[in-house]
Write a protein that binds this ligand. Structure first.
Ligand code: NAP
Length: 298
């Protein structure tokens, strides 16, 4: 397929830089965001901001959604005001949010009923890769639909893994975030125990961040845990949501995930303690408090 006319729905921390890459690479981009005022940079990059969902998708051959969670995507897609009632037949919908396989399957059925092709294509990588155009897409859907959306994805990223039918990309993404979240909370717990043992926090962070435990995410987050500057690259409440999606799938399948369950408890506790809008590395501040014991005796 030639150059797509792209409707981009959701111009948040991830969506805006992704839409900017499309506009800068020559795609015709109509952006839409629920709250006005977000996405002004899109017009400077050659795109346009649509005043309504229906207007955004009216001419689209490809519709990209990048929204916070399952309820947000359902609100934007379904019902009389949802974009599916106005989307051109045969357009391909590339659903990039992290919403899990169950929500994806329902949305794909609604898309099919509206004559719209569907792929789930959540992304590996945060705001940095979204800005640089180096996201990795983990995709589910028919080979034809993935091939059709390929140029759009490769304008926002540098790789695509097609995992299988609809829901397979969402499943892969949930696994990736589940492992990321548990690894980061495990490192945070190591730091907290080190402190209780009277060890030097910097030395423990260096051991975990540079030794056999090291990985790109640990290298990135260990210094942030040390200096406790939690400006959000990826909000803790979104990571809690993703762990919840993994646990919901496990529950559906009757599978036990004890490690992820423990991590989910830690992120939920941190969110309840008011850290939901911080970077998910802030789970370390919560686990540091927990390690002080029930009376916070230190
Ligand atoms: P964000 O900055 O909070 O943006 C969320 C977007 O969803 C905003 O455009 C928001 O609109 C919209 N939204 C929320 N509820 C809505 C509703 N009911 N109806 C319509 N729009 C709604 O989040 P983000 O960091 O870009 O994350 C977006 C998705 O990407 C999430 O699924 C996240 O898990 C995933 N993800 C994030 C990262 C990351 O590092 N940030 C990395 C990979 C994947 P308003 O402006 O009106 O609130």
């Amino acid at each position: 397929m030639g150059t797509h006319n792209v409707a981009f729905l959701g111009l948040g921390a991830m969506g805006l830089p992704m839409a900017l890459n499309l506009a800068r690479k020559g795609f015709i981009v109509s952006g839409w965001n629920r709250s006005p005022g977000r996405g002004a940079a899109l017009t400077e990059a050659g795109g346009r901001l649509a005043e309504s969902l229906h207007n955004a998708v009216a001419e689209a051959s490809c519709i990209v959604t990048m929204l916070s969670g399952p309820a947000a995507v359902a609100a934007v897609a379904l019902g009389p005001d949802g974009f599916l009632t106005a989307a051109p037949k045969g357009a391909v919908w590339v659903e990039c949010s992290t919403i899990g396989p169950e929500a994806v399957r329902k949305l794909a059925a609604a898309a099919e009923a509206a004559g719209v092709q569907f792929i789930d294509a959540p992304v590996l990588g945060s705001v940095g890769p979204a800005t640089k155009g180096t996201l990795h897409f983990v995709a589910g859907g028919s080979a034809d639909a993935v091939a059709s959306a390929r140029p759009v994805m490769l304008a926002m990223g540098d790789g695509i893994t097609h995992f299988g039918p609809v829901g397979a990309g969402a499943g892969a993404k949930v696994i990736s975030n589940m492992v990321t979240a548990t690894l980061v909370s495990a490192v945070a717990e190591g730091l907290a125990l080190g402190e209780r043992l009277g060890l030097d926090r910097e030395q423990v962070a260096a051991m975990l961040g540079e030794g056999p435990v090291a990985s790109p995410i640990v290298k990135l987050k260990a210094p942030i845990m040390l200096n406790e500057q939690f400006a959000p690259a990826f909000q803790l409440k979104l990571m809690e949501k993703d762990l919840g999606l993994a646990l919901a799938e496990a529950h559906r399948l009757g599978a036990a995930l004890p490690t992820a369950s423990g991590a989910h408890e830690a992120y939920a506790g941190a969110r309840t303690a008011g850290m939901g809008e911080l970077d998910f590395a802030a789970v370390s501040a919560f686990l540091r408090l927990m390690a002080r014991g029930p009376l916070g005796r230190d």
